[in-house]
Design a protein around this ligand. Structure first.
Ligand SMILES: NC(=O)c1ccc[n+]([C@@H]2O[C@H](COP(=O)([O-])OP(=O)(O)OC[C@H]3O[C@@H](n4cnc5c(N)ncnc54)[C@H](O)[C@@H]3O)[C@@H](O)[C@H]2O)c1
Length: 356
């Protein structure tokens, strides 16, 4: 049996989920790992009971020396997404990059430019894409049941759920709730709509909870957003009303709702970063001039989202692409996140400008 030779860059928390899923694949061999912190990758592989791995501190040295790599999982913190992704693509090594795409739009554009010149592809680590309920949202929108979609409200959040470590420092996380969980909420609706191009953003971010010792023991290190809200205009005359929160005095900033000219879909306020929707959805529509509410029961997944995420990467490697979650889509996701940051900084609506 041909074995996919896989490398891992960054052996922190989420790398466990990657190697856990790779271990479920009899056709995968993890041959190399790069990790900045000395000894961490060795301990990580030992804990995960993976032998025969060659270790590097510098991912560039790993890519240069490990010429047999079929693909790499990049599991570094956000500010270290673009560099390794670009280096892998420049060396024609397929990449599975963790979310969010990058910190800034400029970095995401640089990764896309490297991919355009590469023989390899990059796919983004949005495992909710493989969830049966997420897929149903897309099927409903694509079926035309809602008519022309003109307004979407989306987002989500946790009453108290500020993460720790590398998520909350600007030097490593770069952005806070906005990037960490906001990217999932945006993907849920933008993917359903076929990723219309974002045009303008009026955004707001705050850090009231993260910086307050009442709510965050690690408040001194906190240097990113814990809440963001935005009003975004999308191509096709669609309005996106978005809010996301790591902490708030409420259980939710509201359900996701998609308004169309023929119907509307309500998706209960969702822990979409956990991979699925928060409960049965409701379709509001008229039949023969009468108003009906149709409950859409939750579907079970046939396989774990992580196993599907990893298998989709391996299948794309085997076929030479296309990427299961392409950069061309997630570039727009990142453009919105970046637009919210820039608009919040200047205090007014901004136009999203892409590189020529
Ligand atoms: N898909 C998901 O469900 C999910 C869940 C959690 C985190 N994530 C994402 O995964 C990424 C990592 O999160 P984490 O919780 O594992 O963070 P972490 O801080 O635990 O791990 C990151 C590791 O990368 C290493 N690293 C950083 N830069 C490096 C470089 N240039 N070369 C080699 N190693 C480097 C760090 O030393 C650290 O060990 C984040 O971008 C996060 O958003 C995704």
């Amino acid at each position: 049996m041909k074995k996919f030779k896989i490398g891992i860059i960054g052996t922190g928390g989420i790398a466990n989920a990657h190697v856990g899923a790779y271990k479920n694949c009899p056709d995968v061999e993890i041959i190399a790992a790069a990790e900045l912190i000395p000894g961490k990758a060795e301990a990580f592989m030992e804990k995960n009971e993976i032998a025969g791995v060659r270790f590097y501190q510098d991912y560039k040295e790993m890519i240069d020396k490990e010429t047999e790599l079929d693909g790499v999982s990049i599991c570094t913190y956000n500010t270290e997404h673009a560099g390794p992704a670009i280096y892998c693509l420049e060396h024609d090594v397929p990449v599975l990059l963790e979310k969010p795409f990058t910190v800034t739009l400029e970095e995401a554009e640089a990764v896309c430019a490297a991919e355009a010149k590469s023989k390899a592809f990059i796919t983004l680590g949005f495992q909710p894409r493989f969830d049966a309920n997420m897929q149903m949202i897309k099927k409903i929108v694509e079926s035309g049941t809602l008519g022309k979609v003109y307004y979407i409200q989306t987002g989500g959040g946790r009453r108290r759920g500020i993460p720790g470590r590398t998520f909350v420092e600007k030097s490593t996380g770069g952005i806070g709730a906005l990037g960490d969980i906001g990217c999932y909420s945006l993907d849920m609706v933008l993917n359903a709509l076929g990723y219309p191009k974002p045009l303008t953003v009026s955004g707001y971010t705050s850090d009231f909870f993260g910086k307050d010792p009442k709510y965050n023991w690690d408040y001194k290190r906190f240097s990113v957003d814990d809440f963001a809200a935005a009003f975004i205009r999308l191509e096709g005359d669609i309005i996106l009303d978005f809010r996301i929160s790591w902490a708030m005095h409420a259980d939710t900033p509201g359900d996701t709702i998609i308004f169309g000219t023929e119907g509307a879909l309500r998706i209960p306020s969702t822990d979409c970063w956990n991979g699925s929707v928060g409960g049965p959805m409701t379709l509001y529509h008229d039949i023969a001039g009468m108003q009906f509410d149709t409950k859409i029961p939750l579907k079970e997944n046939s396989a774990s989202l992580w196993d599907q995420k990893i298998r989709s990467f391996l299948n794309a490697i085997e076929k030479g692409g296309p990427a299961p979650v392409p950069s061309s889509q997630i570039l727009y996701n990142q453009a919105i996140i970046d637009g919210i940051v820039k608009s919040a900084e200047c205090g007014h609506e901004i136009e999203i400008k892409f590189a020529e």
